[in-house]
Design a protein around this ligand. Structure first.
Ligand SMILES: Nc1ncnc2c1ncn2[C@@H]1O[C@H](COP(=O)(O)OP(=O)(O)OP(=O)(O)O)[C@@H](O)[C@H]1O
Ligand SMILES: [Mg+2]
Length: 401
């Protein structure tokens, strides 16, 4: 593009009305005013937590459901309302919401307690005190007056991943150390088997009540999308049937509302970038490809070198042969190691890596039993063929091959 053309494009861009009214309405951190299809969960959670407004300790609740099923949005909605009502009625209810996935929030037990103490206005040193000491400070800080504390631990499985499960035991034991304050814990997780691995006493304490968030079906996703699209797009810019198709795509995946909203947003962005006056279904298809491509590239980029080399070996083995097995990949992998100066791992370890790729959705690995010779995996790529050259380049560049 020469100067004039580029200037023309940019000037044109300003003049053309955007397809969007307010793109933020499709972004992940947007707080929707309406939450369709979650009345039941909202009522149940409100019912469980409402005793706090009478200064009675609510039961602990454990909320679980797959990604994008509205766990976070519903929990925040309910606790925000409780917080508002408690202020109006002068009730001493304190709510702390922590997303355990966030860096520096709950990386260590110390950090978690420091965060909690800070929420009560107590400044504690960022490190340095023994954990016992910080527990004492925390308990003393909060226990000054009669109060109900609702502690929401979103993505609580991440907390356990980072710190270990003793933290859960400690948290459930806090009430026995407090005189004036009672703490209720709302744990949230999209890891459906998380609770199965937790100590049974802790488990029964944390899930005095349980709330399940089922995946949305296509019709429900349509309603969610329609509400948000009204805010996000100018009237009339969406092709007929676009929302329905978007909902159908997301319902087919996992009934994930986040994914549905992302698809719609990216479709809008692609339409806008292509100077289209409307968002068409073809933009939705492009959006789906783009999201999948970005997801794969992101995974590939962030893999350790050995993993990248293993993936590259799979790709080059498959360019030579249609049917390949772990052993074939291992040979190519060893050659590649020589070239790139990496120390080869054992075939056993490579086999584990291959299984991990399968889990990440990069390849399909079908385990085949070879009788007394053990097992092997027949490997094929799960990445769309059109993306392979780009990934191959990326890998070669990263590995200096
Ligand atoms: N019923 C709903 N109405 C409106 N928006 C919704 C609804 N359910 C989910 N969303 C939106 O979908 C996105 C994902 O929802 P949310 O973050 O609550 O999912 P989640 O269950 O917490 O997922 P994860 O397990 O990944 O944390 C958010 O942008 C949220 O605003
Ligand atoms: Mg969430």
């Amino acid at each position: 593009m020469n100067d004039m053309k580029l200037n023309g494009y940019l000037e044109n861009y300003i003049e053309k009305a955007s397809l969007f009214l307010d793109k933020k309405a499709l972004q992940g951190n947007y707080t929707p005013v309406e939450i369709p299809h979650r009345d039941e969960q909202i009522e149940q959670l409100a019912g469980i937590l409402a005793p706090a407004l009478r200064m009675e300790k609510p039961s602990n609740v454990f909320i679980y459901g797959k990604v994008g099923t509205g766990k976070t949005v519903v929990s925040r909605y309910v606790v925000d309302h409780i917080s508002r009502v408690s202020k109006e009625k002068n009730k001493d209810v304190k709510i702390i919401y922590l997303n355990c996935k966030m860096k520096r929030v709950a990386d260590t037990e110390y950090r978690l307690l420091a965060q909690l103490a800070t929420a009560f206005g107590k400044r504690v040193p960022a490190t340095g005190l023994p954990t016992d000491e910080i527990y004492k400070i925390f308990l003393k800080t909060i226990d000054k007056q009669r109060q109900i504390l609702i502690l929401v631990l979103d993505e609580i499985d991440q907390l356990v991943n980072k710190i270990g499960d003793a933290i859960l035991y400690n948290l459930t034991r806090l009430n026995s150390e407090l005189k004036n304050v009672e703490i209720s814990i709302v744990g949230i997780s999209n890891d459906l088997v998380f609770m199965d691995n937790v100590d049974s006493r802790v488990k029964s304490s944390l899930s005095e009540e349980e709330l399940v968030f089922p995946p949305y079906n296509a019709i429900q996703l349509q309603d969610i999308l329609k509400n948000r699209a009204k805010l996000a797009f100018r009237k009339g810019v969406l092709e007929e049937g676009l929302i329905e198709k978007c909902a159908a795509y997301a319902a087919r995946d996992h009934g994930d509302a986040r994914r549905a909203l992302e698809l719609l947003r990216v479709a809008g962005e692609l339409a806008e970038r292509g100077s289209s006056g409307r968002v068409f279904i073809k933009h939705l298809d492009e959006a789906e490809d783009k999201i999948e491509r970005d997801r794969i590239l992101d995974i590939v980029k962030t893999q350790p070198k050995q993993f990248q080399l293993a993936l590259l070996s799979i790709i080059s083995s498959l360019s030579r042969d249609e049917e390949i097995f772990t052993g074939d990949v291992y040979e190519v992998y060893r050659e590649n190691c020589l070239q790139s100066g990496l120390k080869p791992l054992t075939q056993r370890r490579l086999s584990d890596i291959i299984a991990e790729f399968d889990m990440l959705g990069l390849i399909h690995a079908r385990v085949i039993s070879k009788g007394r010779y053990g097992r092997t995996r027949e490997i094929s790529l799960a990445i769309p063929t059109s993306n392979i050259p780009e990934i191959e380049n990326l890998l070669q560049e990263s590995l200096g091959l």
